[in-house]
Design a binder for this molecule. Structure first.
Ligand SMILES: Nc1ncnc2c1ncn2[C@@H]1O[C@H](COP(=O)(O)OP(=O)(O)OP(=O)(O)O)[C@@H](O)[C@H]1O
Length: 310
């Protein structure tokens, strides 16, 4: 199946000599939410900027719904909305007009009913006559989204939508994205917040040093790379791990009253039942057991480290 966005062997070397992207290939299906993760300078903004026609690639192709972004840029661009990292709004213009004018930039005629619908869905309708300078930071971000949606794009790019905003605003932004998903908009977002990818994305792409290390369904990634830690609390402290249990990767807490065991969630046998049985045989009484799943953050850090070591 052909995706709504098809990226093939995309590369970008800036005039300064910096190679920001190397041979990136990916296909994005209509209606998906993709989170692009990567450390600072990984190439995420460059990738988005190329798809949106703001940066010219040095190699490779991008098609949006079949339209090549270079040879058929007008058609490609109509299908795309970009919410930039920086807030740049005309301070004295009203919310309604700011959003309305954006339609014009895409060569679209006036459609006040659509603007009304967009503003209502982003809880901005009450503020339609307010100059943008009088809005809160969160509202300004929502105006940027409204502007990006004014020409009814099929694909929306959000470049670090919640960088530097507080927790409440971040959650509010997630709700906006969730609503757009329900409306069928394909969303590609870049983020530094793993929590954000974990919360929203269907698939996660990891970019490091201009290379796409992987792009995989989030759940699959969590299952495959996710490890669990079992913590066993003991009734009586031990001085050391019993010799019978050495070589299993068990760790004893400095106080001696807790053993931790890291195990692979995908392994056929986790070894937990055996371990608990052996503890009982050795006369070690267990007070409590608990498990903890590693977060996407830990998965991500290990991936980038692997990528850098390669
Ligand atoms: N206009 C430019 N001219 C020269 N080099 C650039 C330009 N824009 C970006 N770069 C370089 O390209 C590399 C990738 O930058 P890019 O902004 O795409 O990364 P990023 O993953 O978006 O980072 P961040 O998370 O910090 O926004 C960096 O080394 C950056 O310094």
């Amino acid at each position: 199946m052909t995706g709504i966005i098809e990226i093939d062997n995309l590369s970008k070397q800036y005039d300064s000599g910096t190679k920001a992207l190397s041979d990136v290939t990916m296909s994005i299906e209509e209606g998906e939410i993709i989170a692009l993760l990567g450390p600072n300078g990984a190439g995420k903004t460059t990738l988005i900027s190329i798809i949106c026609g703001l940066v010219v690639p040095t190699g490779g192709t991008v098609r949006v719904d079949g339209h090549d972004i270079r040879t058929d840029w007008r058609a490609a661009r109509k299908l795309i909305g970009l919410v930039p990292q920086e807030i740049a709004l005309e301070p004295f213009e009203t919310v309604f007009n700011s959003v309305r004018f954006t339609r014009g930039l895409y060569g679209e005629g006036r459609d006040d009913a659509h603007i009304e619908q967009v503003l209502r869905s982003l809880a901005l309708w009450d503020k339609r006559d307010a100059p943008t300078k009088d809005l809160s930071g969160g509202m300004k971000r929502r105006v940027l989204i409204a502007k990006a949606l004014a020409h009814r794009p099929k694909v929306l790019f959000l470049d670090e939508p919640t960088a530097g905003v507080d927790v409440t605003l971040r959650r509010e932004m997630w709700q906006v994205v969730e609503q757009l998903r329900r409306e069928g908009v394909t969303i590609i977002l870049t983020t530094h917040y793993l929590e954000e990818a974990e919360e929203m994305a269907d698939r996660v792409g990891v970019i490091s040093k201009g290379q796409l290390l992987l792009i995989r369904p989030k759940d699959e990634l969590m299952r495959e790379f996710g490890r669990k830690t079992l913590t066993i609390e003991l009734d009586e402290a031990l001085h050391a791990i019993p010799p019978e249990l050495l070589g299993r990767g068990l760790e004893l807490a400095p106080e001696g009253d807790r053993i931790t065991y890291n195990y692979d969630t995908t392994a056929e046998r986790t070894g937990i039942a055996r371990l608990l049985g052996e503890l009982a045989t050795l006369g070690i009484t267990v007070r409590d057991v608990s498990t903890r799943q590693s977060s996407l953050e830990e998965v991500f850090i290990s991936l980038v480290q692997e990528g850098e070591a390669a």
